[in-house]
Design a protein around this ligand. Structure first.
Ligand code: HSE
Length: 426
């Protein structure tokens, strides 16, 4: 039986999950893979905190140097989270030939090339299936099972917190603050929810996912992001009347000469498979030129779902003699960095408050026409009031044109305010 000595960097919720899973399924892994994992060191903040039953507490340390001094370590599992010091610790280990398994999306999204270079230099492997959508095996699938395809797009609900909140707003008729409060009470949202509700978490995951899917670097800082804080029950209800549900989507699209990568709240047709993804579940919808459309669905967070991906990576890392390194280039000679689009075409939902008087629609349509924007549907609700809501959906148009048009619409004397602009995908 092959003995694989593992060190843990951190040992909180996810680390505890990995330990419990290794215990639960050790016999099966040993039988199928002929290997046994031994935890020989664990870097923690406090050695006195309670650990899962049976955890080898004698190997706990608060010193990274002490951890580095452990002999015969083949594998490190990283649970620290955050960019630093996790990236530096992982880099050090990789250079020393210790393969690293991590769920750390921030470290990978910020420092992937640096960590990849260290892995190559050390002949070690860097595995991060759990960094995107927890237990959903989408990274291995893109790398292996879908490698015959040219992947054209990935669209994902890859943040469970915002999916939970938007579902509660859509189905439970809560407003944003009530949905956030409930998500925090249930432990889905952090006390400071900025990274989830602002799209930062999803942008890290999209950077990783679209870099793998499109074989090019999709830098985190080039990803457009807009959060869900401005979404109101009124827009959700109006969208539903028009046949849409709202989702926080991460969208990656590959074009001939550029890649599109954006995270924002999006109206999706009610019959789109992604609108069936409820609560804190995640899903990734992938389109390949051979396979067509696929959807991966499951738990994107939580100790055991994340441990499922991490232990699988540990087995792969331990049995692989020659690890895979990312070239970030689709074909020999292809540029490693395709331009990341800062403009794209999409449909828009636009809600405005206007005076109810002759010429309002003509003025509004004139501004849109001036920017080449075609209206697909338009409705004015209610009459007999001085101010009324006007809602329209456009045909696909350039983002830049729509933004300019919105600025001009806001200047029209007949338009009291532009209330909402939400992108609409098919
Ligand atoms: N905060 C994340 C989410 C889970 O809400 O999906 C960890 O990536």
């Amino acid at each position: 039986m092959k003995q694989v000595n593992v060190i843990f960097l951190g040992c909180g919720n996810i680390g505890g999950g990995v330990f419990r899973l290794l215990q639960m399924n050790a016999a099966g892994i040993a039988h199928r893979e002929g290997m046994q994992f031994n935890i020989v060191g664990a870097l923690v903040r406090s050695v006195n905190k309670p650990r899962p039953e049976g955890f080898p507490t004698q190997c706990l340390t608060t010193s990274f140097d002490e951890l580095l001094a452990k002999p015969d370590v083949q594998l490190a599992a990283e649970f620290l989270g955050g960019v630093e010091p996790a990236s530096t610790y992982m880099e050090t280990l990789l250079r020393r030939g210790v393969s690293v398994v991590t769920a750390n999306k921030e470290a990978i999204a910020h420092n992937w090339p640096r960590l990849e270079a260290a892995a190559r230099a050390g002949g070690a492997g860097l595995y991060f299936e759990a960094s995107v959508c927890g237990g959903i095996p989408v990274i291995k699938s893109l790398y292996s099972s879908l490698q015959a395809n040219d992947i054209q797009q990935v669209k994902g609900i890859i943040n469970g917190t915002t999916n939970y909140m938007l579902c509660r707003m859509s189905q439970g008729h809560l407003d944003y603050s009530q949905a956030l409060e409930e998500a925090q009470a249930k432990g889905y949202a952090e006390p400071d929810p900025t990274n989830d509700v602002g799209g930062g978490d999803a942008a890290c995951k999209l950077s990783i996912l679209s870099s793998i899917a499109f074989h090019t670097k999709v830098p985190l800082e080039d990803i457009f992001r807009e959060g869900i804080t401005g979404i109101t029950p009124q827009d959700i209800e109006t969208g539903r009347e028009l046949g849409y549900d709202i989702k926080m989507l991460a969208i990656g699209k590959k074009h001939e000469d550029r890649v599109e990568a954006r995270v924002h709240p999006t109206f999706l047709p009610l019959d789109h498979p992604l609108t069936a993804v409820k609560d804190s579940y995640n899903a990734v919808y992938v389109t390949g030129n051979a396979v067509g459309n696929l959807m991966y669905y499951g738990k994107g967070a939580g100790d055991l779902p994340t441990a499922s991906a991490m232990v699988s990576d540990m087995v792969t890392a331990a049995r692989t003699a020659h690890h895979r390194y990312n070239t970030f280039a689709n074909t020999e000679g292809a540029p490693a960095e395709m331009p990341i689009a800062q403009d794209w075409t999409t449909r828009f939902y636009l809600r405005m408050t206007a005076l109810d008087m002759p010429g309002v629609l003509a003025a509004m349509a004139g501004v849109l026409a001036h920017h080449g924007i075609s209206i697909a549907t338009c409705s004015q609700k209610g009459y007999g009031h001085e101010q009324v809501p006007i809602v329209l959906i456009t045909h696909p148009t350039w983002e830049s044109a729509m933004r300019q048009a919105v600025c001009e619409l806001a200047q029209l004397p007949q338009i009291k305010q532009v209330d909402a602009l939400i992108r609409v995908e098919e």
